[in-house]
Write a protein that binds this ligand. Sequence first.
Ligand SMILES: Nc1nc2c(ncn2[C@@H]2O[C@H](COP(=O)(O)OP(=O)(O)OP(=O)(O)O)[C@@H](O)[C@H]2O)c(=O)[nH]1
Ligand SMILES: [Mg+2]
Length: 424
Amino acid sequence: MTTRIVELRRGILKKNDELAAGLRARYGAAGVLVLNLVSSPGTGKTQFLERTLRELKARGARVAALVGDLETDNDARRLAASGAPVRQINTHGICHLEAEMVSKHLEGWELGNLDYLFIENVGNLVCPSSYDLGERVRVVLLSVTEGEDKPLKYPTMFNSADAAVITKMDLAVPCGFDRDLALRNIQEIRPGMRVFETSAKTGAGMEEWLDYLAAQRGGRGPTELVAAPAQVSEEKQNPSAEAPNTKNEPSFRPHSGERVENHELDRASAALKPSHEQATPRFATPREAKEFLIEWIDSEARRVGAPLSEVERKMLYSSKKGWTLPDIADVQDAFERYHDPAEYEENMGKLIRGIRVSARNGAKEEYEAWTEAVRVLSREDHYLLELIAAAGGVRQPRGGRLGFWVAAVVFCGALVAIALWMNR
Ligand SMILES: Nc1nc2c(ncn2[C@@H]2O[C@H](COP(=O)(O)OP(=O)(O)OP(=O)(O)O)[C@@H](O)[C@H]2O)c(=O)[nH]1
Ligand SMILES: [Mg+2]
């Protein structure tokens, strides 16, 4: 019985991971930075997010949010006060959001019209850590009222996050919050993790947080972002369109309702147009190209039923001078201790060759996206490039084509010889 439950759970997680990989690729193609906010109930996710949405909008950024709760649309109503498009996801008893729920609630939204999409997860410090939502950045929040030991008690949640936010700093003194201890505990679980000390009430720490968000979007600060498109401003003028959507109707539509799906398809294919037809390149920076390639390798590993461990995936980010992860030294340390480099490189070679085959046999745009990413990344030195080079050339080997022509000539010659012999 227990084995069956474990197997069932594995199956659910596998399905979720596959859907999340698809979402991640979709977010990447649309150029939207997606963040997943996790914490225990009442940490201040909604208040912090509302302030974030408001301040990003004031800087000209295009933002939207999904918010998960077991019941009620209270949080969506609060977030909608920021003026951003918001949708509530009610999980009715499930203690976390899943990729499928997110995917369903994104229907009708034109992701290409967004700079940031925030997902406020259900308040819980255990379940959400196992469910990938395709986000690029997972943010764990911890309030000064919860106790400094939470990172030690819930290590998986803190270990799977990319950044931490300490909330309600305005209450730190009356609560006797031990800041140094909290920071030490976070670093013990996730060395090198970026931590923001904030108060959504006073605005403390928000500047630093907003700068971090801009940096995560590849260094493009909110003030440099393109102005919000017409349809977003139209919604702004129409308060009813901004109200939280409990009936699952799109509150943020690119065009009229019936055209939503087609328009989304148009956008998706435009993002994958060959570079010579594209007004803007697919990858603005080597970092974007690198993330695209790593995501593809990661999803290929899942596809073949051998998902990469966190260390294996993170090793792909190694670089001497180019952009890499802040905790890469720890990753390399763990890799050296527990992995066989030759075996790892052989496995990566197999995955890369598998990707090339499916990209070559799939849509032309996919193949071009892969080669363009490699070309953009080649501007810098990256371990990933060495792995790609070691996996062999991208063209069909000359020998293969030559073999085909030799076989064809021999076959035709044999046919002619048989015909001549029979006519004798
Ligand atoms: N003093 C102070 N109170 C805050 C701050 N942020 C949130 N709160 C209060 O903390 C309580 C919980 O905040 P929420 O934003 O609802 O917390 P949450 O994490 O979204 O809660 P769930 O969605 O239920 O998990 C509310 O009463 C907020 O007013 C803050 O920075 N300072
Ligand atoms: Mg909330």
